[in-house]
Design a protein around this ligand. Structure first.
Ligand code: PLP
Length: 375
């Protein structure tokens, strides 16, 4: 009964906060809107949403084909095992995770539960907009701190803001979207050790698998230690399953219990089976995809350096390029050249975010970028 009431309350809050969904959707598709429907070239290269052009691994495609004929069933009885497998892949137990429709769902529930009219969401600017816009739509205060000169989060400012507010939810995306910069694990160590009272740390690790730097690490060990930390993970990025909508939050069981109360549903059995198949060959899949991405990313960085074009040192599957002028010129012009780059990210108005695509896609990106850069 309690949980039904909570769910009903959540639905009401969501409809009150419907603006957040509209905003998020609008932002995700704003880029496409710069080219009118019908005018979108068939061979448009989409480098605007940090998707993985490789798509799901072959083993996942097979697993999905196998389950399709029986997808008329809910398959509820399988989910205990599926969740244990996902948890086990991070050396966690099933009571330390909750799955969601992408990591978006668990980010939503974490923001809803761990912020309040007196407990702010605290983050950096710019950061991934979804949690920030959701907090605003729910009427929760939002405090945004400045990035350091190297575009990484200043963990001391985050802790100070939480202390000043007598607690809150610190949202730290690592590596950060849209900057692709990453916070070193020594800084995250400091933040976890110095979390003010009444404060929870939400680490969004959507892009953690793309990190090569040895001093940047996942925060999942803090979950194992029972700290006040939630880690959001997704199968949308390195696993190439954005359209399948599978993600999870990892946290100590008392936090997971709270997040689970607002869980909307089980995930689709098609996505679940795709994930199970991929996790069975996880090490090879992640290693190969990371190596391929890192090579293409390095080549783009080298190309930019040769032309004295500045960029933020990337740790994710996208890159922030300093265009030296308002990036809107690139954002508005490049789609007509067959390449869709990322949307604007104020206050970094001169920066253009580009997702790392395939090698031929990046060749097309370089041509289009250079045409606009030289104009
Ligand atoms: C930082 C970050 N977190 C979370 C998400 C949400 O992804 P999904 O809901 O597909 O897991 C995205 C999507 O681009 C993202 O950039």
């Amino acid at each position: 009964m309690d949980s039904m009431l909570t769910r009903r309350g959540f639905a009401t809050r969501l409809s009150l906060g419907a603006a957040a969904f509209r905003i998020s959707t609008e932002m995700a598709y704003a880029q496409r809107a710069t080219v009118k429907a019908g005018e979108i070239p068939k061979d448009m290269v989409w480098l605007n949403a940090n998707e993985n052009p490789a798509g799901p691994p072959a083993v996942s495609l097979d697993a999905m084909r196998d389950v399709l004929p029986s997808s008329g069933r809910y398959h509820y009885n399988e989910f205990g095992q599926i969740e244990s497998l996902i948890a086990g892949s991070e050396k966690l137990t099933a009571d330390q995770i909750v799955t969601g429709a992408g990591s978006s769902e668990v980010l939503h529930t974490a923001v809803d539960i761990f912020t309040s009219p007196t407990r702010p969401l605290i983050s950096v600017t710019p950061a991934y907009e979804l949690p920030i816009e959701l907090a605003r739509a729910l009427g929760r205060p939002v405090v945004l701190t400045k990035l350091r000169g190297d575009y990484t989060a200043d963990v001391k400012l985050l802790a100070e803001a939480a202390d000043k507010a007598h607690g809150g939810l610190i949202y730290l995306c690592n590596p950060n979207n849209p900057t692709s910069a990453a916070v070193k694990s020594s800084d995250v160590d400091w933040l976890v050790a110095n979390l003010p009272a009444n404060t929870t740390l939400l680490m969004d690790e959507a892009y953690i698998h793309f990190v090569e730097a040895p001093d940047v690490k996942s925060a999942i060990p803090y979950v194992r230690q029972g700290k006040e930390v939630i880690v959001a993970r997704t199968f949308s990025k390195i696993y190439g399953m954005a359209g399948l909508r599978v993600g999870f939050a990892a946290a100590k069981p008392s936090i997971i219990e709270k997040l689970s109360e607002l869980k909307a549903n089980v995930i689709s059995i098609v996505g679940a089976r795709a994930v199970v198949a991929a996790l069975k060959d996880r090490e090879n899949i992640v290693r190969e995809r990371k190596a391929g991405l890192a090579k293409t990313r390095r080549e783009l960085c080298a190309w930019l350096r040769e032309r004295n074009v500045k960029y933020i040192e990337p740790h994710a599957n996208f890159l922030m390029i300093d265009t030296g002028r308002n990036a809107k010129e690139f954002i508005n012009t490049m789609p007509s050249l067959g390449v869709a780059p990322g949307r604007p990210f104020p206050p970094l108005d001169n920066m253009l975010r580009v997702t790392i695509g395939t090698d031929p896609e990046m060749a097309k990106f370089r041509d289009a970028f250079w045409k606009v850069y030289k104009s």
